[in-house]
Design a protein around this ligand. Structure first.
Ligand code: UD1
Ligand code: MG
Length: 375
């Protein structure tokens, strides 16, 4: 009986025409995006190095200022420009096959405009090292095309037990909801950028978040819970995002042969914000950012300047033991984890944090599809 039920459901879902079209074509484009990113990263690495875009792999040497240290390696920086450009190329061409109506076309292109602007800002940040106030202000402007093109609901549904008491099912928030979406864009872009500093962590967390979103959209479509078109919109940008990021991850994972720069962090953050906002799950998406929220909360006193904040808030590397030790003056999840778990190798710390991200994603999906239904 349960199997028949499942087959009936899956059958309905597989014969849904736009699902096959959008996901199928998206997968083909995404695969092409992966290979182009992989190839172009190899081509671009010596080019960015030559043009002076490079960074020191801080967790490989004890003193980054000691120019004679043989472990002080310069690595090409800002390679995030490659997946971002390939992603934009792929998604711009992809819309030819999407058969969108006027409104959907507007939302799709507004999202691409926000992502392009954010990528441009990230690249500018890598070149001139922007001040923190600009890093907060510019994502706000970048999110405007995305927000103005939004045509979904601006109300929030109240939990059942509250609506039973007060007799209202939802509250209309209007402009406050749009303001929330601006804040979400700022949060997504910056939260990935400050949860960083060890090889592979930025791209690794983005890969897991994008997979979680794809899974979330699939479950929504299968359960006929959310709106199918909106979930398909989110999938159509998350699938190529995942593969383009994977093309970069191969080079950025431990031991990194390239850094991704703020270009990638901002590109990734804005792409998530677009998926969440135009996919109409701008509240649920925060559930997929649990480690980033924790890191933001730990960092908050340093971000607003109550506690002194140095340029890099990284652990201390010991060359003899090859282990990283948590620093008590750096208030972030990296250092807190090391102080709880004890000194770790860089690759082990990254794996632990990525496993934590996966566990948080599983927890988030469980909460979203069980508890949220009951309350
Ligand atoms: C943010 C963090 C900063 C962290 C940095 C690492 C805040 C407020 N800022 O700053 O604490 O040190 O990210 O990205 O939390 N690097 C490595 N190994 C890596 C990745 C980066 O050594 O695996 C170093 C390299 O020198 C690289 C530099 O970090 O060039 C990039 O830093 P950048 O992205 O410019 O720092 P912020 O985003 O300003
Ligand atoms: Mg950065």
């Amino acid at each position: 009986m349960p199997i028949t039920y499942l087959i009936l459901y899956l059958n309905q879902f597989l014969t849904y025409p736009s699902f096959i079209n959008i996901v199928g074509i998206s997968l083909i484009f995404a695969l092409i995006g992966f290979f182009i990113t992989y190839k172009m990263t190899i081509t671009f690495m010596p080019m960015t190095l030559k043009s002076g875009l490079k960074g020191i792999d801080i967790n490989k040497c004890e003193d980054v200022h000691n120019l004679k240290d043989p472990n002080r390696k310069e690595i090409p920086e800002s390679l995030g420009i490659v997946p971002a450009t390939v992603f934009l190329l792929v998604t711009i061409i992809f819309q030819i096959f999407l058969n969108l109506d006027h409104e959907q076309q507007l939302q799709y292109n507004a999202s691409l405009l926000s992502i392009s602007f954010m990528t441009f800002l990230g690249f500018a940040d890598d070149v001139v090292d922007l001040k923190w106030r600009y890093k907060l202000f510019l994502p706000l402007i970048a999110s405007f095309p995305l927000i103005f093109a939004y045509s979904g609901a601006t109300n929030i549904l109240l939990p059942n037990f509250i609506s039973n008491i007060i007799g209202i099912k939802s509250i209309e928030l209007g402009v406050i909801y749009k303001f929330y979406m601006c804040l979400l864009s700022i949060f997504c872009t910056n939260s990935i950028n400050i949860y960083a500093g060890i090889n592979g962590l930025e791209v690794g967390q983005s890969l897991i978040i994008s997979l979680t979103i794809i899974l979330y959209n699939l479950i929504e479509i299968i359960l006929h819970d959310g709106q199918v078109e909106e979930n398909l919109f989110s999938m159509s940008i998350m699938i190529p995002f995942f593969t383009c990021s994977l093309g970069l991850f191969i080079f950025n994972k431990y031991p990194s042969v390239c850094f991704i720069g703020d270009t990638y962090c901002y590109f990734a953050g804005m792409t998530f914000a677009c998926a969440g906002i135009h996919g109409h799950f701008s509240k649920s998406i925060l559930l997929f950012f649990i480690p980033q929220i924790l890191n933001f909360l730990f960092s908050f006193p340093q971000l607003i300047g109550i506690v002194p904040c140095s340029r890099h808030r990284l652990p201390k590397y010991n060359h003899n033991t090859r282990l990283l030790t948590g620093q008590k003056e750096h208030w972030n999840l990296l250092n807190v984890s090391l102080r709880i778990l004890g000194p770790k190798r860089e690759q082990d710390l990254c794996n632990i944090l990525l496993i934590f991200q996966i566990l948080c994603s599983i927890f988030a999906l469980l909460i979203r599809f069980t508890l949220f239904k009951i309350i």
